[in-house]
Design a protein around this ligand. Sequence first.
Ligand code: FES
Length: 113
Amino acid sequence: MIGEWLDIGPVSQISPGNARTLPVQGGEEIAIFHTLAGAFYALVNKCPHKAGPLSQGIVHGNVVTCPLHSWNISLKTGEALGDDSGCVPTIPLRVDAGRIYLLREAVVGQQAA
Ligand code: FES
């Protein structure tokens, strides 16, 4: 079965360099990032270190710096960079005609996590 995409609204809801969160009923909150270069990424909103809210971190390049202890997390892979190790799940995301879509299965999959 080809995955179904969930429309979560217009790209304009997140200004460049910022993030918003998407609550998932019964599951982990998702953070959606808009980079200064115009790319969008979605990750579970939990730092792999001590679960800091990545959506409140600083976005630079394709990286977010966690607001709690400044780990750098790749927005592309969810992996901690540099000397730190750990990984947070990423959610497949696509942008089409000015709207953001998340892969429904991946969002639903978070509910079992
Ligand atoms: S919780 Fe993110 S760096 Fe510690």
